[in-house]
Design a protein around this ligand. Sequence first.
Ligand SMILES: [Zn+2]
Length: 271
Amino acid sequence: MPELPEVETVVRGLRAPLVGRTITAVWIEQPRVIRAPDPTEFAARIVGQTITAINRRAKYILCALNDDLLVIHLKMTGRLYVAGSPETADRWVRLRLHLDDGQSLYFSDARRFGGVYLVDDLARIAPRLGPEPLDDSFTVDALRERLTGRRKRIKALLLDQSFIAGVGNIYADEALHRAGIHPLRFSDTLSGPEIARLHGAIRAALASGIDYEGASINWYRKPDGTPGESQEHFFVYGRDGQPCLTCGQLIVKIRVAQRGTHYCPNCQPEL
Ligand SMILES: [Zn+2]
């Protein structure tokens, strides 16, 4: 699933072609993709509105319109791109928004887990999102405060969107490796220096993902259709059986919170 760096890359790529454009027509190819309101009201309300800004919160793409917020979640296989004629689109298009410059925004989603919402506030569909890890307000102290009173495997906690927003399976593994923390450690056993290392590691892993424009391991593509390169720079994710880039010991894969989890037994000892 696209995580914070992939969604951020999509948002940045959509701003130039979309901000300032007015939606002139809507084709809903798959009504199920419209989660709220019902597809008829969705179409009636969105036509005529202008896209004034595009931003990200957690893994949600937020398109501010004159009177509404268009929210898109890519889930497993969602893709967004801007193109001219429908012939250039792929066969999994679920929604097409026609724009006043003759282009269209396409939402394609092979596995149909993604969703589109027209709401006045993101809180209506995602009321309990944790802090943005790259915001200035997410300090070491803020992370320590959030850890207080919680006892959960640290990998599972990083995946919890109400604990911290935008981190998923890939960047949780990368962050824990950068911090030298075993994924099965309980959150209440982390020392002060370990919490500080984890804070820096979460931000560094996500920043690297954004710098390399996301990880194209399976479905994710940038809005221009090209792959991101973040996967070329992973320390542990998808590298089980290969030597650790830090120490040479073989990377191990286990399951934590039902997710494939990659770590180095030497750099991330189980204390
Ligand atoms: Zn190692």
